[in-house]
Design a protein around this ligand. Sequence first.
Ligand code: HEM
Length: 93
Amino acid sequence: MAEQSDEAEIQKQTTLELWLILHHKVYDLTKFLEEHPGGEEVLREQAGGDATENFEDVGHSTDAREMSKTYIIGELHPDDRPKLNKPPPRHPA
Ligand code: HEM
């Protein structure tokens, strides 16, 4: 029984994990999902990608920006930055 619970818990945590990029910084928003005043869904939509434009479009307050610093876990490698603005690779038809 205990093993089943542990597995379920691990599964849950894996599903909930959420990283995204803002201004070349990497954010782990896993613990922020439920607190986000703009809702969980908008963050999920940005998961794993560069959310800078959408973050700025919303016009987040100074408070929101201050708050966001708490969740920075790293920085995108300079070599990977130019790749962010390129459209996704297209597959031949
Ligand atoms: C570290 C990242 C983020 C933090 C700390 C954060 C924090 C906040 C806060 C505090 C608010 C309340 C309004 C304000 O104070 O500006 C808010 C609203 C909102 N946020 Fe975020 N946010 C983050 C990322 C994002 C991202 C990536 C999106 C992507 C679309 C987003 C979309 C929204 C929306 C749609 C609202 C609601 C605006 C409204 O009701 O007028 N947020 N956020």
